[in-house]
Design a protein around this ligand. Structure first.
Ligand SMILES: [Zn+2]
Length: 200
């Protein structure tokens, strides 16, 4: 089914843009994890929320412990409309804040806005309360690395803002799986290239 202006092409384009935007968001997650959280976070699904309501929440970490599931489950929900207005630097701060909640959850701590929570971000140079960062810090290095990739994240988010409905019909878990598959393929390729170098 196509719900956008009756043109399948636009729907396909929007889906591709959505997948690319998700890949950019996962890349940002990976960079912040590696540089600011010692690579200690497991990847979690991300979910773009297309609701247009006026809530001032930018993003949230959703944490679940389900008795019959062996592993706790969590995901980060990003509200598209307020976040598309942010500068990319501020958006990275929002992501680090939510990832810090995920860190607490994955390390068995309560999800609180306590001193340990804010100190974790301060240690890498991001002051969450004032949304500012120190130059030459790990957070600044993350920003530089992400900017060098020319991700055009804001363009992607703005394009998705043009979607007229509340939520597109595709499933974000598919994008998560596609990203995991792609990173696995890349790792295999790198490992194979390493073996070739080692063998030569
Ligand atoms: Zn919070």
């Amino acid at each position: 089914m196509n719900r956008i202006g009756g043109t399948a092409a636009l729907s396909g384009e929007l889906r591709r843009e959505c997948e690319q935007t998700y890949f950019k968001l996962y890349y940002i997650y990976d960079v912040l994890n590696q540089l600011c959280l010692l690579g200690e976070l497991e990847r979690v699904p991300l979910r773009l929320n297309f609701d247009r309501n006026e809530e001032r929440v930018l993003a949230s970490a959703n944490l679940f412990r389900i008795p019959w599931r062996r592993k706790p489950f969590c995901f980060i929900e990003i509200k598209l409309f307020p976040c598309a207005e942010l500068s990319t630097g501020c958006f990275l701060g929002v992501m680090l804040h939510e990832m810090s909640h995920i860190w607490d959850f994955q390390h068995g701590r309560e999800a609180n806005h306590d001193k340990a929570f804010y100190d974790r971000m301060l240690r890498v140079g991001f002051d969450d309360k004032s949304m500012t960062f120190q130059e030459n810090s790990l957070f600044a290095r993350s920003i530089n690395l992400i900017f060098r990739q020319r991700l055009r994240l804001k363009d992607g988010l703005n394009m998705l803002c043009s979607y007229p409905g509340t939520k597109p019909e595709w499933d974000e878990i598919e994008f998560y799986q596609a990203y995991l598959d792609r990173t696995l393929q890349l790792r295999r390729k790198q490992a194979a290239a390493g073996r070739i170098v080692a063998a030569s």
